[in-house]
Every structure is written in structure tokens, then in C-alpha cells.
Design a protein around this ligand. Structure first.
Ligand SMILES: *Cc1c(COP(=O)(O)O)cnc(C)c1O
Length: 387
């Protein structure tokens, strides 16, 4: 519970629970906690710290700049960054001791940075086993390996990892994952034959960590799972032993009785059928709440009400379906309104379904206007001790 006007509460004890659970699931492989995109909207630094406390061995980010920000905040654990552009500051990456994912062209940029800094770059070579995004195509893999081995002999890089990314692991019955695993094994074997001493082979994301033990190798790269969410359409968080970390809440900021036929919000997509009470919920797409999610659930006073009418930039409306509330002791004005998250609240998957998207996107897009409020049971216990 918080006094914020609008809050994404981040339950760090739930996050630690999820990391510990994923460590058990992945054992003996180790866990890389993926904290890209501001930790899927949860806050990169507090999440990184909590994940490391719970035993994550590595952190993963997309951009070097994300990794550098963690280093500058004092994070010393291994951090892998894997998505680069021509404008990427590879020098910063090497200087801050980040591990760098390499698909091909980046190798020369990274070795130039290493030469300038007189410090070897730590490199993970990425093979495209079928996703078709970055990663080295198989027909260029041997050439990449020989370039990498030559640079390693020059002392410019240290190749510590081989990795790839899966395309359909969230649909465990699809056969393509087998082909990706096979291609990955071949790429690892080729690297070993080329003289690379591979410390960490990594392929699994969250769905493969749960559904494909044969993908665990030495390290699993887990994003969604540490945030307590399920990547599978037929299983929820609890089915996987996970606890959702983010709860999005605000308060009912206005409450008014209206007659039958009252149009609600832009376009009048909704009109009341009978005299009723409307509640104003002061979050909208300017806060990252998906505009198309009309019908999604909002919990107020222990009951769920669907969003009615169009979601606007700053606000949305629910219909309490009753009259006589406004001046009564039961007036919902000021009551806590929960869109999704923690126990007894609507699951974020209901919002994802209403928005025709996936849980990943809903949490990741919650914007900066929503305060992140960190709940940390251990910290509270500590504070109580001192009080
Ligand atoms: C985002 C990402 C992950 C994490 O995926 P989840 O499904 O959230 O576990 C792992 N590896 C790579 C390369 C990624 O880009």
C-alpha cells in the first residue's frame, strides 16, 4: 500500500523468490537476469541488485549504454550487452568491463576499442540458429571463428561465450526448437575445434528454461520469469511457481452519478444503459496503459470493473453499475484502484489480452509518469528493528 498518486509497486522479495526458483529450475546451469529496457519496466538498478542478492550470476542487457549505467551505479557482476549499432560506444563497453555479444561486424569495432584501451574485450560470439535477427549466419560462422581466434592470439579479445536465441520456445510442442538446439550444438563444436575455450554456452530464455532442460547448457538468460510472469498461453505465474513483481495501482480520482444514456469518453464508444456511477481512474496511455484495452479489469473495493469507453492519455473510466454511492460512506472516491499485479488483483495477462498483446509489453511500457515504489520485505524488517 502506498501514498503515491499512481504507482508501479515492485515487490523485490517476489523478484528474489523468482530468481531463486529459476536457479533451482536451471540447476546446474546458472542464471543470467535480463534487465534490459529498465528491467522490463521494473527499474534496472533495484532489480539488478535484488537479482544478484538472490544468486543470479550474470546480468543481461541489450545496449552497452544500459550496462554502463549499471557499472556507474556500482554493479560489479558480469554484464552481457548484445545489441549494437554503428553509433554504439564500444570503447565505453570495454572500459567498463562489459561482456559484448558479437554477431560479426562489431568485432573490428571492439578490437579497435581494445587496442586503444590496451585492455582485452570480453566477447560472446552469437550464432543465428534460426531466429533471423542478429547473430552470425551459419555459413559465416567458421570465418568469424577464425577472425576471433586471431584477435584472441593478439591479446585483443577473450572469447568466453557462445550463444544464440530461440524463436518459438513459448510454444513447447513446435519442432523448430529441436533444429535450433542442433544448430547450436554444431556451432559450439566448431568453436571448440577452432581452439576457442568456451566457458559459457547459453541458449535458453524464460520459456526454454521451463520447458526445455536440453537448452540449459551452462547459463540461462531469463527476463520475463524473474518478473514473475509466464511466457506460456496456457499457464499462469502460479503454475510455474512464480510471483508477479509489478502491481499497477492508483486511486479513484473522481466519482459521479450519471443518468441513462450518458456517453463516456472520446467518441462515445460507451453509453450508460441505466442511471449509474462512473469512476475516474487517473492513468492512460501517457502512463503506458494501452489505449486499445477497453474492457480490461480494474479492481476497486474487492470487485472488478471493466474499463468502459476509450482510454485517453491521462485517464480511463469504470462503471460501478449502481447509484447512491457518491455521498455515501461507501463512496469509491479515493479508493485504491488496481489495474494488475499482486495477489487477488487482475493478472497482467487480462490487460495483455484486452490490448491484443503479451504480458512482456504491458509491464515494459509502463511509463516514467508512474512512480516505481519498491517494496522490500527484508528492508522493512530492518527498518522495524531500528524503530
Ligand atoms: C530479451 C532476451 C532474453 C530474455 O527473454 P525472456 O523471454 O524474457 O526470458 C534472452 N536473450 C536475449 C538475447 C534477449 O534479447
Amino acid at each position: 500500500m502506498t501514498s503515491s498518486e499512481r504507482a508501479a509497486e515492485i515487490d523485490l522479495e517476489a523478484l528474489r523468490h523468482n530468481v531463486r526458483h529459476l536457479r533451482d529450475v536451471a540447476h546446474p546451469a546458472r542464471v543470467m537476469a535480463v534487465v534490459k529496457a529498465n528491467a522490463y519496466g521494473h527499474g534496472a538498478l533495484p532489480v539488478a541488485r535484488a537479482a544478484l542478492e538472490a544468486g543470479a550470476a550474470w546480468l543481461g542487457v541489450a545496449h552497452i549504454s544500459e550496462g554502463v549505467a549499471l557499472r556507474k551505479a556500482g554493479i560489479e557482476a558480469p554484464i552481457l550487452a548484445w545489441l549494437h549499432t554503428a553509433a554504439t560506444d564500444f570503447t565505453a563497453g570495454v572500459e567498463h568491463g562489459l561482456d559484448l555479444g558479437i554477431s560479426g561486424w562489431e568485432l573490428e569495432r571492439v578490437t579497435a576499442a581494445a587496442r586503444e584501451l590496451e585492455r582485452p574485450a570480453i566477447v560472446h560470439l552469437k550464432i543465428d540458429t534460426g531466429l533471423g535477427r542478429n547473430g552470425c549466419p551459419p555459413d559465416r560462422w567458421d570465418a568469424l571463428l577464425s577472425r576471433a581466434v586471431a584477435y584472441q592470439e593478439e591479446g585483443l579479445i577473450r572469447v568466453v561465450g557462445i550463444f544464440s536465441h530461440l524463436a518459438v520456445a513459448d510454444e513447447p510442442t513446435r519442432p523448430e526448437t529441436d533444429l535450433q538446439v542442433q544448430a547450436f550444438r554444431e556451432a559450439v563444436a566448431a568453436a571448440e575445434n577452432a581452439g576457442v575455450d568456451v566457458e559459457v554456452r547459453h541458449l535458453a530464455n524464460t520459456p526454454a528454461t521451463f520447458s526445455r532442460p536440453d537448452c540449459h547448457f551452462d547459463l540461462v538468460r531469463v527476463g520475463l520469469g524473474i518478473y514473475g510472469l509466464s511466457p506460456f498461453s496456457d499457464q499462469g505465474s502460479a503454475d510455474l511457481g512464480l510471483r508477479p513483481v509489478m502491481t499497477l495501482s492508483t486511486t479513484v480520482s473522481n466519482c459521479k452519478e450519471v443518468p441513462a444514456g450518458q456517453g463516456v469518453s472520446y467518441g462515445y464508444g460507451y453509453r450508460t444503459q441505466k442511471p449509474t456511477t462512473l469512476g475516474l481512474i487517473p492513468v492512460g496511455y501517457g502512463d503506458g496503459v494501452p489505449r486499445i484495452a477497453t474492457g480490461a479489469p480494474v479492481l476497486v473495493g474487492g470487485r472488478i470493473y471493466p474499463v468502459v469507453g476509450r482510454i485517453a492519455m491521462d485517464q480511463l473510466v469504470i462503471d460501478f453499475g449502481a447509484t447512491g454511492l457518491v455521498d455515501s460512506p461507501e463512496s469509491p472516491l479515493g479508493e485504491r484502484a488496481v489495474l494488475f499485479g499482486g495477489a487477488d488483483s487482475p493478472p497482467v495477462e487480462d490487460w495483455a489480452a484486452a490490448a491484443q498483446t503479451i504480458n512482456y509489453e504491458v509491464v515494459t511500457r509502463i511509463g516514467d509518469r508512474v512512480e516505481r515504489v519498491y517494496l522490500d520485505a527484508r528492508q522493512e524488517a530492518h527498518d522495524d528493528d531500528g524503530a
